[in-house]
Design a binder for this molecule. Structure first.
Ligand code: HAM
Length: 421
């Protein structure tokens, strides 16, 4: 019986044409990171599980791929990169020059319920800034983000960025005298309003012993549409409002204000965000979030270290490809080679190898035909490899020091010496 040839559910094989697309996308991620002065880093895909097992009730923790290794260590496949980054920043400590701007494109693993654009593994472009306390850092991240979208031909008519600040929710804790230690838990719960009916969230609020009036106050906060109205409600000097005002002003300076939309109901589902949060979405509204991020000024102390101001974003490779597909914006990428080299018989194999070597030294990509084949096959093969030239070594021409070169686009043929070639 043939074994199941499909990869594990929720994971992908990357055939060459898929990998071409991935490289194209990552090329944009890398180039935008470079334009904004970010340096690339990496970390192991397997980490200690305790790096992720936060206790705020997050979905990401429930979806952890964790296991015990042969040394009985409790390990996990990383569901996200931020904890690894925090670990690396703590490891270097004070020797790291700040501010630090780093990026990565890790593969992340989450045992998700699968929907369009959500899988059990994905690659995630991460951009993070450590050491900048003000919204200037978020403004720079969003500039990089809109630069990426523009490069792949998406504009503010297709993609929007929702912005809010968790400090707005903090006022709910204050009003209802909920202890600040429960802030993360409250955020994770309130974020569930996106997916669950309000009664279900209300029941959870009660089940964990929080004041059910929380939900009424949150509903009131969420119904405030504009930042001006929120400023009226909470006061212009409320830190949540003031930071957003500053961010919108900076967005004007950068020139991407038309991408942004204040949305007080945006919370994001991760426990560690402490301030501004954001999410890019498809204005056609058919897909889940394209990317998300925010400020996390207190993550390092949860690992026992000294806190540093930090913010960042994670941008998956799945939703964006779906969106580009829908909009017919995926490029046609070829796996073409420059030259196919073919010899008519085995006695010409040695010079064929030398010709291929010579061309490769010139930087051309060469597919040397490795078996004894008929010329007809070589033509077909060159066609399927989308080669620009077929280089033929035939006995008579080679005896005269020449190779026959066929330009496959025009069909033009000529005999060239090795130097001319
Ligand atoms: P996140 O909101 O959990 O944030 O994920 C960020 C992005 O990763 C999502 O918006 C989506 O593009 C992609 N993503 C997440 N899960 C999946 C999945 N199962 N399948 C496909 N794509 C997915 C974080 O992970 C934070 N660590 C981001 C961050 C970096 N915050 C600060 N720095």
């Amino acid at each position: 019986m043939m074994m199941d040839l499909a990869p594990p559910r929720g994971t992908r094989d990357f055939f060459p044409e898929d990998l071409r697309l991935r490289h194209w996308l990552f090329g944009h991620f890398r180039e935008v990171s470079r334009l904004y002065g970010f340096e690339e880093y990496d970390a192991p895909v397997v980490e200690s599980a305790e790096l992720y097992t936060r206790k705020a009730g997050e979905e990401i923790v429930q979806q952890l791929y964790d296991f015990r290794d042969k040394g009985d260590r409790h390990l996990a496949l990383r569901p996200e990169m931020t904890p690894s980054l925090a670990r690396m920043v703590l490891q270097r400590g004070k020797s790291l020059p700040l501010p630090l701007k780093w990026f990565s494109i890790p593969q992340c693993w989450r045992y998700e319920r699968m929907t369009r654009g959500r899988r059990r593994e994905h690659y995630q472009w991460n951009l993070d800034v450590f050491g900048v306390a003000g919204p200037e850092a978020e403004a720079e991240l969003l500039a990089a983000l809109t630069t990426f979208f523009t490069r792949v031909d998406l504009g503010p008519a297709e993609v929007g960025i929702k912005i809010s600040n968790r400090k707005i929710l903090q006022s709910a804790l204050k009003k209802l005298a909920i202890p600040t230690e429960r802030f993360a838990e409250v955020c994770v719960l309130v974020d569930k309003l996106e997916k669950l009916p309000p009664e279900a969230v209300r029941a959870e609020v009660q089940a964990i012993g929080l004041d059910p009036a929380l939900m009424d106050f949150v509903a009131e906060l969420f119904s405030v549409g504009e930042l001006d109205a929120m400023a009226g409600f909470l006061g212009e000097d409320h830190p949540g409002v003031a930071e957003l005002r500053r961010l919108f002003a900076l967005a004007g300076d950068y020139g991407y204000a038309d991408w942004l939309r204040f949305d007080p109901s945006l919370v994001r589902g991760l426990a560690y965000y402490t301030g501004i949060v954001f999410e890019a979405f498809d204005r056609g509204a058919s897909l889940r979030a394209i990317c998300g991020g925010g400020r996390y000024d207190r993550l390092l102390s949860t690992f026992g270290g000294e806190d540093l101001p930090a913010c960042g974003l994670g941008f998956g490779d799945a939703v964006i490809v779906e969106l580009l597909k829908d909009k017919n914006l995926l490029p046609a990428l070829s796996g073409a080679v420059d030259d196919v080299v073919f010899c008519f018989n085995a006695s010409l194999r040695a010079p064929a190898i030398q010709i291929a070597h010579h061309l490769r030294q010139q930087g051309r990509s060469v597919d040397l035909i490795l078996e004894d084949r008929k010329i007809k096959w070589a033509f077909k093969h060159a066609d399927s490899r989308q080669a620009s030239r077929l280089v033929l070594l035939a006995p008579d021409e080679w005896a005269a020091g020449k190779v026959r070169v066929k330009e496959l686009k025009t069909g033009a043929e000529q005999d060239l010496s090795v130097e001319q070639l």
